[in-house]
Structures are given as structure tokens and as C-alpha cells.
Write a protein that binds this ligand. Structure first.
Ligand SMILES: Nc1nc2c(ncn2[C@@H]2O[C@H](COP(=O)(O)OP(=O)(O)OP(=O)(O)O)[C@@H](O)[C@H]2O)c(=O)[nH]1
Ligand SMILES: [Mg+2]
Ligand SMILES: [Zn+2]
Length: 358
């Protein structure tokens, strides 16, 4: 067995890495990133590596947890990451409203697990926002409602699950409790199929779930001081963990919120039923405000579509259009093309390497 197989190494990555194998570089997966340095697991063990060489001020090429890279086995400590293999998927949010920059939270993820605590009121808008980015990432989203043991009875629990289900068409919704163990087996089965990332607000119980899936206390867990998620974050780095039942899990620090980042397609998927209705409006460019023959408004009037959903759809669409307009569209198109241009990055890295030693 290839030593990286538990980390998700497969025939496709092997093919992707082939050009670098002949150049005496090592393949590896980034298991942690901390201020420009990352821990990379390679067939020769875990090495600490500098990522600076591959990231010439391009936020989309900042090496992040989950990335597959080629590491130079020679050189001191830290070593150098020579190239970033093209990502299959990437979860990206915008860093802040002031600076329009994307931040990659996890790469090469198959399941984007949005952890939502069943304590306090369910913030459906926040779930929709996370799901838009999850769909956009290319991963399959999953909502995990945590701390089910704190819900007083089974009927209440089933209503809460239903509420989230109607908010998340096409997305599996699972309730779990790390305290009683309910639902953990189902989650383990999902997580066994590839790489999963746990996302959500601080205190949602992400690290507790990670420990439950690991079967041991690897991640620090702490009681949150306040319920609105503004308290201290327990987890401070993104960590990639190999699960005993198969699969790889990335635990991330809590996020108070996520800004959309070019997530038009993702927003459309979160509100699939609205987009479906919109296709039946009389006018093709219907804004669903007061137009005659508007199927969306008809659905709101009949009670079929909650007005909250329509408001949320409008809000996220507007936010997304704004961020897209604000950022340099040309640059981002190039970036995207770049992601798809397999192997090109490697070639550039090797040319740079040659130049460096010339
Ligand atoms: N009752 C109950 N409490 C839980 C459960 N899961 C987690 N908790 C508690 O919730 C608190 C926060 O858990 P963490 O796992 O640290 O939360 P987190 O999402 O990793 O938080 P950050 O690392 O800050 O993002 C801790 O006090 C846990 O014991 C559960 O299933 N039931
Ligand atoms: Mg944590
Ligand atoms: Zn309409």
C-alpha cells in the first residue's frame, strides 16, 4: 500500500504528480498550516515546509490544509513546497467586506459538513450562506445538527430537522449527539468516503465530533463562554486527521460568518426550488417583485414558498453580485482557468527552480 493512501492518495493524484516524481520531489498532503509554514505528510514522514515559494502574492495559491503538493526533500528545515497540484475542490470565502479577497479554507474536500448546534434558535440564513459556499466548492454539502441530546423530545427534534431540510434541498440533514453517540455511525460512514471538512461557528461541537469519529481525544474541546459564537475559539488551526474507519477529516476553527465569494451557482443550488419556480414566470427576466404571471410570488401567496426563503435568496444574490462586481472579473477568470490548466503550475515551478540555481 502507498504510504499516503490513508491520506487520500489515488491513481489520479499519482498521475498528477508523475511529472515531479522524475525530479526527485516528494508528493505530500498538507495537514496543517501555520503562518506561512505547513506540515506536509510525505512517504518519508511529516516535514515542515515553507510555502512562500509557490505563492507569489496570489491568495488563491496560498497553500492550505488538504492541498496536495510536491516537496523538495533536500534543503534544511523548513523544506520547500515546490508546487501545488491542481485542486479538485476548494472551499473559498471572502475575507472581509472591505478587502475583496478570497480565502481558501480547505482544499480537495469531498464532503463539506456544516455543523449547526441544536441549542438556541436555528439561524436558517446562516445555514443557507454556508451551503451556498459548500455547493460552490464542488464538494457535496451535508448539514449535521449537533448536540441533539439537548433537545427536550423526539418530536421537537424531528421538527427541527424538517425545518433545516426545507432550507436545504438536495442536502442530507443528520442530527447527532457526541454525548449519547446518536448518529455518529452514520456520520462515520459518510466520512469514510474521501475527505470531509467540518465547518461552522465556534462552539458548534466540531472538534467534539472529530474526537468521536477518531475514537480518542485528539482535538481540544472547551465549553464556549457565550452562545452567540463571539467567545474564544478553541481550535485555531485547520487540521487534517486520518479516521480509523477510513476517510480523512479536516477540523477547522469556528467561523462567525462567511462572506460569499463568487458563489452564484452555489446560491442557485441552495434555492433550487425558487430557481425552478422562476422558470415558470411569464417573463424570462422576471425580478419576482410585482410582475404579472410571476410563479415565485404565486408560490409565496399560496404558502408553498416561505417569504423568508425569498428574502434570503434576494439578499444572498445581491451580496454575491456585489462581491463579483467589486473584484477584478478578468483576474478571477484567469485564476479559474489556471486551476484547470493541469500541470502548468508544476512546469512554472520547475522553470523557476532552474532559474534559481542557474
Ligand atoms: N451536550 C452536548 N454538548 C456538546 C456536544 N458536542 C459538543 N458539546 C460541547 O460543546 C462545547 C464546544 O465544543 P467544541 O467541540 O470545542 O466546539 P468547536 O465547534 O470545535 O469550537 P471551535 O473550536 O471554537 O470552533 C464543548 O463544551 C462540548 O463539550 C454534544 O453532542 N452534546
Ligand atoms: Mg474546535
Ligand atoms: Zn417571477
Amino acid at each position: 500500500m502507498h504510504p499516503l493512501q490513508p491520506y487520500g492518495w489515488d491513481a489520479e493524484w499519482e498521475a498528477e504528480f508523475a511529472p515531479f516524481a522524475g525530479q526527485a520531489l516528494l508528493p505530500g498532503r498538507v495537514v496543517r498550516v501555520d503562518r506561512g509554514l505547513c506540515d506536509v505528510v510525505t512517504p518519508a514522514g511529516t516535514v515542515r515546509a515553507d510555502t512562500e515559494f509557490v505563492v507569489p502574492r496570489d491568495p488563491m495559491k496560498v497553500v492550505c490544509t488538504g492541498d496536495w503538493v510536491a516537496v523538495d526533500p533536500e534543503g534544511g528545515d523548513p523544506r520547500y513546497v515546490r508546487t501545488l497540484l491542481p485542486r479538485r475542490t476548494a472551499f473559498v470565502r471572502s475575507t472581509s467586506s472591505k478587502r475583496s479577497e478570497g480565502q481558501i479554507l480547505a482544499a480537495n474536500v469531498d464532503h463539506a459538513i456544516v455543523a449547526v448546534p441544536l441549542t438556541g434558535d436555528l439561524d436558517l440564513g446562516r445555514i443557507e450562506r454556508f451551503l451556498a459556499l459548500a455547493w460552490e466548492s464542488g464538494a457535496q454539502p451535508l448539514v449535521v445538527l449537533t448536540k441533539a441530546d439537548l433537545v427536550p423530545d423526539a418530536v421537537t427534534l424531528s421538527y427541527l430537522v424538517q425545518d433545516v431540510e426545507t432550507t436545504a434541498p438536495g442536502v442530507p440533514v443528520l442530527s447527532v449527539s457526541a454525548t449519547t453517540g446518536a448518529g455518529i455511525d452514520v456520520l462515520a460512514a459518510v466520512a469514510a468516503g474521501g475527505t470531509s471538512v467540518l465547518l461552522g461557528q465556534s462552539g458548534a461541537g466540531k472538534s467534539t465530533l472529530a474526537n468521536a469519529l477518531l475514537g480518542e481525544d485528539v482535538m481540544d474541546v472547551r465549553a464556549t463562554r457565550d452562545v452567540d459564537g463571539k467567545g474564544r475559539h478553541t481550535t485555531t488551526t485547520r487540521n487534517l486527521l486520518v479516521l480509523p474507519g477510513g476517510g480523512v477529516l479536516i477540523d477547522t476553527p469556528g467561523l462567525r460568518g462567511v462572506g460569499l465569494w463568487d458563489a452564484g451557482t452555489g446560491v442557485g443550488q441552495v434555492f433550487a426550488e425558487i430557481e425552478e419556480l422562476a422558470g415558470r414566470c411569464r417573463f424570462q427576466d422576471c425580478a419576482h417583485i410585482a410582475e404579472p404571471g410571476c410563479a415565485v410570488l404565486t408560490a409565496v401567496e399560496s404558502g408553498e414558498l416561505p417569504v423568508r426563503r425569498l428574502d434570503s435568496y434576494r439578499k444572498l444574490m445581491r451580496e454575491n453580485q456585489w462581491i463579483v462586481a467589486k473584484t477584478d472579473a478578468r483576474l478571477r477568470t484567469e485564476l479559474r482557468r489556471d486551476w484547470k490548466r493541469k500541470g502548468a503550475e508544476g512546469k512554472a515551478a520547475m522553470e523557476a527552480k532552474r532559474g534559481r540555481w542557474a
